[in-house]
Design a protein around this ligand. Structure first.
Ligand SMILES: [Zn+2]
Length: 95
């Protein structure tokens, strides 16, 4: 197994969804590959954090602010070939 193979399987691996034979290969690679260990650690931490936060819905105010921020961003985002090349955050010129 190579690092690429491991990375391709990672999502399933952290979900405990990888076939046992494949899992053994993966862990064998992991044991000898420090970069892959770091990646797996990071993913596990992220998932733990995510799962820990799962029972708590976003506070309504936070959600509203998030939506407002996203909406703002979408409105100012370039809309394809009609978009000018200037930065989308630039205020419109006074006229
Ligand atoms: Zn590796």
């Amino acid at each position: 197994m190579k690092c690429d193979d491991l990375l391709a399987l990672l999502n399933d691996y952290v979900d405990g969804d990888v076939a046992p034979a494949l899992c053994a290969e993966l862990e064998h690679h992991l044991a000898g590959c420090n970069p892959c260990q770091v990646v797996v650690d990071n993913i596990r931490q992220t998932i733990t954090l995510y799962k820990a936060g799962e029972p708590y819905p976003l506070p309504l105010e936070f959600r509203n602010r998030l939506h407002a921020a996203l909406h703002e961003r979408w409105q100012h985002a370039p809309t394809g070939d009609s978009a000018p090349t200037r930065a989308s955050t630039e205020p419109p010129p006074d006229s």
